[in-house]
Ligand binder design. Structure first.
Ligand SMILES: *[C@@H]1O[C@H](CO)[C@@H](O)[C@H](O)[C@H]1NC(C)=O
Ligand SMILES: *[C@@H]1O[C@H](CO)[C@@H](O)[C@H](O)[C@H]1NC(C)=O
Ligand SMILES: *[C@@H]1O[C@H](CO)[C@@H](O)[C@H](O)[C@H]1NC(C)=O
Ligand SMILES: *[C@@H]1O[C@H](CO)[C@@H](O)[C@H](O)[C@H]1NC(C)=O
Ligand SMILES: *[C@@H]1O[C@H](CO)[C@@H](O)[C@H](O)[C@H]1NC(C)=O
Length: 586
């Protein structure tokens, strides 16, 4: 526009010419802007193409490496290696009856096959093959020779952590994250990185760089997210142990959607150094790395392995608390709080049934079950959780995705952060009579306005945590049993459907320890009952949720176990017991 003004100044007096020149100048400026946009678009497109060809090339190299190995070694029986639970695999590696080579090549082969179907990997870590040469020096490690997969945003030297965003491409990590370093020291072999949703803030699993990951139980359904690539890869047998991260259910939801176990420890128990995030600095709702696997013992073994002096030295901000095996192995009868409906988001019939069934099993096993309900969930979800998460009004998130391409649905997901606050407040008033939850959401994503209000928000979270702990004390419970979101959604629903996150995210806000165990599958009766689903609020969020979970017959269903902060072993203990009771019933 500056150019235009100069031009116009030069032809004062002759309005006719000025108009023509003005129009011409506007045209030139327009064309220049358009060219810039196009060339930026091309640049982005080129970056994406480069990343994709690099991935294709790496997959081929890994494929050839497997092929070469197979031609020269005719020993390993792949099916029997892949069928081993982690505990047995580990023992066979430690006693030498299986070699790390056979195990890695077997899992690599399976991962490549699984990835071809599900598109769950973003990278194959070629250094894993080199690690085989030096692995002998880690023979005493608790995870000696165990291949492990990593969620995309966990740094591994020389590999990018894009968080599903093009602007983060071509920025390889300078060094391994602390957890990767510790895992290697314990003898584990990180061998693949797995897919995530754009900007990580969704429980779907699709981004403009690597595309969409499919659910192994039904490829038309979403694997959940944000650790969705992990969920898919582990369920399909391509990995025996994986590392994800969880800010609102990002480990627990894909575990539930795919049918495995997932664990979110107390934030701070595991080092987060070198784990990338799209909302760095946000402290109201805490994020943490956490393991995913086929059984609970594998999650416990992971915790035992990383809670070691090496991690405490590398990251002194982590409390030096080793794994408490006594608590994990204890068989003392417990007082267990439970709810099958949190009063904020109507659960799907299978979610509630799973809790009722597990409750009965736990009672039969001698535990005492006590009714429980999260405190003031309505107010807490909007005022503490959403307002805390988007205290900045979504500015940070918008900055992250600016100028980049978006996956379908993402534009809609971030639309609320783009609309000016006064419009949001106005819309919120309009919508209130129809849906107080959606009105609350619109108001909450306006942010907090001032630094003073950030502190107020964080103080309110601390108070809420204190109240919740007091309530646990009052009714004298050790742990909690409650629903986990499921069954798997159709793709692109997760970005629009936020209210069911009340089941998972509340424990990130409280910073309690929480994990999920798959206990059942959706029955015809569940599906029939779903037809009559109306929801508690009967608003459009309830309708979305119903649509998202329909067509779920046969899909896995999980329950969630929860314990107080730092009582991670207690949470795992309940998970283990649930797993055993469900197995012995079958
Ligand atoms: C990392 O990348 C650099 C530069 O491309 C290369 O020189 C180095 O060998 C790589 N390191 C590893 C561990 O692969
Ligand atoms: C981590 O994420 C931030 C914010 O998205 C980005 O600026 C940074 O480059 C990323 N780091 C890596 C190593 O990808
Ligand atoms: C998680 O909660 C515990 C207990 O309240 C607290 O000590 C710890 O600092 C929290 N973690 C983080 C990362 O804030
Ligand atoms: C990695 O991604 C998750 C998304 O689930 C995000 O919450 C987390 O902040 C990232 N990692 C960390 C611990 O920064
Ligand atoms: C925490 O809860 C206890 C017991 O309910 C109460 O006495 C205390 O004042 C609370 N502390 C804060 C900081 O809210």
């Amino acid at each position: 526009m500056q150019d235009l003004k100069v031009l116009l100044d030069g032809v004062k007096g002759d309005t006719g010419t000025a108009a023509v020149l003005g129009a011409a100048a506007c045209g030139v400026v327009g064309v220049l802007l358009l060219l810039r946009t196009v060339s930026r678009g091309r640049e982005v497109e080129r970056k994406i193409q480069r990343a994709r060809s690099r991935r294709t090339e790496v997959l081929q190299r890994a494929d050839q490496a497997v092929l070469r190995y197979r031609q020269t070694h005719s020993t390993a029986d792949s099916a029997s290696i892949l069928a081993l639970p982690l505990a047995e695999l580990r023992e066979k590696l430690q006693t030498g009856s299986l070699s790390p080579e056979d195990v890695l090549y077997t899992y690599m082969e399976q991962t490549l096959a699984v990835n071809a179907k599900l598109n769950c990997c973003t990278e194959i870590i070629m250094e894993s093959f080199d690690q085989l040469k030096t692995i002998g020096s880690n023979k005493d490690g608790l995870l000696y020779g165990v291949p492990i997969s990593l969620k995309e945003n966990i740094s591994y030297k020389n590999y990018t952590s894009t968080c599903g965003m093009v602007k983060n491409l071509d920025k390889p990590a300078q060094k391994d994250s602390v957890l990767v370093e510790v895992l290697k020291k314990q003898g584990a072999i990180p061998f693949a990185k797995t897919n995530v949703p754009q900007a990580l803030l969704s429980y779907d699993c699709s981004n403009p760089i690597y595309g969409e990951t499919k659910n192994p139980c039904n490829p038309k359904k979403s694997p959940g997210g944000s650790s969705g690539g992990e969920g898919a890869l582990i369920t399909a047998g391509g990995s025996v142990l994986g590392l994800g991260t969880d800010i609102g259910g990002s480990v627990r939801i894909p575990a539930s959607f795919c049918g495995i176990c997932g664990f979110k420890p107390t934030a701070g128990r595991l080092s987060s150094l070198g784990v990338n995030s799209s909302l760095q600095g946000q402290k109201s709702v805490l994020t943490t790395p956490g393991p995913m696997a086929r059984d609970v013992d594998s999650l416990a073994l992971f915790m035992q392995a990383v809670l070691c002096d090496h991690m405490f030295e590398l990251d002194p901000t982590v409390p030096p608390l080793p794994f408490n095996m006594q608590t994990y192995k204890s068989s003392r009868p417990l007082r267990i709080g439970y709810y099958d409906n949190d009063g904020y988001s109507q659960p799907s019939p299978s979610m509630a049934r799973a809790v009722r069934e597990v409750k009965a099993l736990l009672e039969d096993a001698g535990h005492t079950l006590v009714p429980y309900l999260p405190l003031k969930l309505d107010h807490t979800m909007t005022e503490l959780l959403l307002r805390g998460l988007f205290a900045d009004g979504g500015v940070t998130l918008l900055e992250q995705v600016k100028g980049g391409p978006m996956v379908p649905g993402f534009a809609l997901q971030i639309l609320p952060y783009r609309i000016p606050n006064w419009i949001k407040k106005f819309l919120s008033l309009l919508i209130k009579p129809v849906s107080s939850r959606v009105a609350g959401f619109l108001s909450a994503v306006c942010g907090v306005g001032s630094p003073q209000n950030v502190w107020k928000n964080q103080a309110a979270v601390a108070e809420y945590t204190n109240e919740t702990i007091s309530y646990w004390r009052k009714i004298n419970i050790d742990v909690l049993l409650c629903p986990m979101i499921g069954p798997a959604y159709w793709p692109r629903y997760a970005g629009k459907s936020s209210t069911p996150l009340s089941y998972s995210m509340i424990y990130n806000l409280l910073n309690f320890s929480a994990g999920t165990v798959t206990v059942s599958t959706v029955t015809e009766e569940d599906e029939e009952e779903l037809k009559h689903f109306k929801g508690i609020y009967q608003d459009f969020q309830d309708r979305l949720f119903k649509e998202a979970v329909t067509g779920g017959v046969g899909l896995p269903v999980s329950v969630q176990c929860v314990s107080l902060p730092w009582q991670d072993e207690m949470c795992l203990r309940l998970m283990k017991e649930v797993e055993e009771l469900v197995r012995s019933r079958k």
